[in-house]
Write a protein that binds this ligand. Sequence first.
Ligand SMILES: Cc1cc2nc3c(=O)[nH]c(=O)nc-3n(C[C@H](O)[C@H](O)[C@H](O)COP(=O)(O)OP(=O)(O)OC[C@H]3O[C@@H](n4cnc5c(N)ncnc54)[C@H](O)[C@@H]3O)c2cc1C
Length: 287
Amino acid sequence: MAKKRIIIIGGGFGGVKCAGTLRKHLRSGDAEVILFNKENHLVLSPLLADAVGSSLNIMDVIVPLRQLLPDVECRTEEVLNVDLANNEIEFESYDGHPRRMHYDHVVVACGNISNLNVVPGMADHAFPLKTVGDAAVLRTHVLQQLEKAEVCGDEARRRWFLSFIVVGGGYSGVEAAGEINDLVRGSLRFFKNLRAEDVTVTLIHSRDQLLPEIGEKLREFAREKNGRGGRHDPTQLPRATRHGRRRRPQLRIYPGWHHRVHHRQHHRADDRSHADPEARARAPHRS
Ligand SMILES: Cc1cc2nc3c(=O)[nH]c(=O)nc-3n(C[C@H](O)[C@H](O)[C@H](O)COP(=O)(O)OP(=O)(O)OC[C@H]3O[C@@H](n4cnc5c(N)ncnc54)[C@H](O)[C@@H]3O)c2cc1C
């Protein structure tokens, strides 16, 4: 029997598990397993927030696919198209030209992409947190804000530099807010002109409860741990704007952790480096 070729598109949790399982159960003489991924590493996305807050080194939230899957052919190339009629995929090859490869079976495990269009203006003014490059860019931005605040003579502007807003009170949002809060407050002692009361880290969440994915007991534990008994006013982010003026007060949670947002909302993304695709492409790769 001719050797079958199985192509897996995507080297995230789904694709890696699939490749590993197939390799374990199929003899190498019976089938070859080829995994295409845009990057040469798996991203441990639950740890991305830790990388933002420097709890973890950015290199510790990625694992090289070749190390994970030594018996699988890993190709760092983007698949452009699946030609179901001819059992072929089309991919962008090393020289930028499209090439084709035949398959007997194809597995599509491409994951999803961040949808920043849910809130108007978000795509232009917010930071996504999906890739390791996103985490690096966000961390750099937070530290840049501290540096700017340190040398800024204007008090209101300084507070603006030190105001951070996280949208979404699920796992990632709560973790990112906590990590940013820890990073900023933990760094204050290295700055001469920054005061703790100038820092606000805000979590905006549209539902009644934070962390809707988990049970009441655990949720309460997280709330207590992070905020020591604060208040949670559910609200929705109507839009993200360059100057960020809002017509109504917004959510504040947990004294000392999150604080009230007033009518003057100073969310402004004048540093647009986070939107720079080249900056993302320069994200550290472990090879
Ligand atoms: C910040 C954050 C925190 C999270 N925390 C948790 C958590 O605590 N618990 C939990 O269960 N889940 C968590 N998740 C969700 C979890 O990461 C996803 O559910 C999981 O990664 C989905 O796995 P996947 O393999 O389907 O897709 P992904 O992990 O997104 O992987 C898809 C891969 O396919 C590649 N790809 C896409 N298109 C192509 C193409 N055309 N050609 C080649 N390669 C392509 C991508 O580059 C990517 O490497 C978190 C997600 C984020 C962003």
